[in-house]
Design a protein around this ligand. Structure first.
Ligand code: PLP
Ligand code: COI
Length: 343
């Protein structure tokens, strides 16, 4: 099959329509069969639930071409699980998990020509999402829903690929304690746009959010979880007392990858004061879009915190984790845990 004629090595993280999307509808208590469609538009009533009470949840995963030329995606079962939980939290009818995985495979297969070639550095970003499409005027769950999956080829999320990024400590909160920070819902991103744009205007790549209850603990950034390496070489993974961190699939995979590589992993609440004290030698962001991006500096007002082993280029631990994870995804490293799903 012939690939599209794109400049694969120079793609940015942006949308372009491909050959097909997947769409299914929920009405009268059930999901229809769903289908692959060339139509990338949605026509809805002005009174659809999505427009008024923001009933929307989404996912993000990637499809890759492996060394052998297979098209695969990475742990779509965990995206199916997380979207199920997200939908339940917003009183939306969850899309059945086995059908989610099947729909991902169908839509990726229908867009095989858009899956970037092996070694190009680009991937096919897969974005499942669900909206309240039925009409609602009082505050209530919508009576009808649409589940869709769009795909689009993408390059690196942060400009400069693996160049260390600069974070600033946000003066805003991302997630309320016991709120919706642990689900993937558009509402969490709407209110992050102001802090994100302010961070960009001030020369930063992203915000680092602290827990909103005490503002003492590190949570995550607007679109990725945070990882640290301490002076003893342990991988330290921030946990939340209030369940406000999105359970990143990349992070959960990296914990296993690190253990497989013989590293000690410590998952615990991390105080921002530890970061300020210079207790960590490396810091990185992880997520589907971000993969692993090294953090070079964190600014907190006038204070500048640096990481000695990741300031100018990605440090050794983040480099090893990144190489191993992308190696598994692209079929260069053995997939011991059955994470790679063939399309
Ligand atoms: N945290 C937030 C707020 C995100 O939006 C994402 C992106 O999905 C992540 C973390 C990383 O999660 P994952 O590794 O599952 O993509
Ligand atoms: C992802 O990593 O898949 C996300 O959804 C993050 C988003 C901010 C692009």
């Amino acid at each position: 099959m012939e690939k599209k004629d794109l400049d694969w090595g120079n793609l940015s993280f942006s949308y372009q329509p491909t050959d097909a999307s997947f769409v299914a509808h929920w009405k009268d208590g059930e999901w229809d069969e769903g289908e692959i469609t060339p139509d990338h538009t949605i026509t809805l009533s002005e009174c659809a639930g999505i427009f008024h009470y923001c009933q929307e949840v989404f996912e993000g995963l990637k499809a890759y071409t492996t060394k052998e030329g297979d098209i695969v995606c990475f742990r779509p079962d965990l995206n199916a699980d997380r979207m199920y939980t997200s939908a339940e939290r917003l009183e939306m009818p969850p899309f059945p998990k086995d059908r989610f995985i099947d729909a991902v495979k169908q839509v990726v297969a229908a867009n095989a020509a858009w899956v970037p070639p092996y070694g190009s550095g680009a991937t096919l970003y897969v974005r499942p999402f669900m909206i309240g499409s039925g009409e609602v005027i009082g505050v209530a769950p919508a009576p009808e829903y649409q589940f869709r999956i769009l795909v689009t080829p993408v390059g690196p999320y942060f400009k400069g690929g693996c160049k260390p990024v600069k974070l600033c400590v946000a003066q805003y909160d991302r997630a309320a304690p016991h709120g919706t920070g642990n689900i993937k819902a558009g509402l969490n991103y709407a209110m992050s746009l102001r802090p994100t744009m302010e961070a960009h205007r001030n020369g930063f790549d992203e915000n680092m959010y602290l827990d909103s209850q005490s503002r003492e603990y590190v949570e995550e950034t607007g679109g990725a979880n945070i990882l640290f390496v301490d002076k003893e070489g342990n991988l330290v993974v921030p946990q939340s007392h209030t369940d406000s961190i999105l359970p990143s699939i990349t992070r959960r995979s990296l914990v296993v990858v690190a253990q497989d590589l013989g590293m000690n992993v410590i998952e615990r609440p991390v105080k921002f004061s530890e970061v300020q004290n210079g207790d960590f030698v490396e810091c990185g962001l992880c997520g589907t879009a971000a993969v692993i991006s090294p953090v070079g500096e964190i600014h907190n007002g006038d204070e500048v915190i640096t990481f000695p082993e990741g300031h100018d280029e990605m440090g050794p631990v983040m480099t090893k984790l990144r190489e191993t994870l992308t190696g598994i995804q692209e079929g260069e490293v053995e997939d011991k845990h059955g994470w790679v799903f063939k399309v």
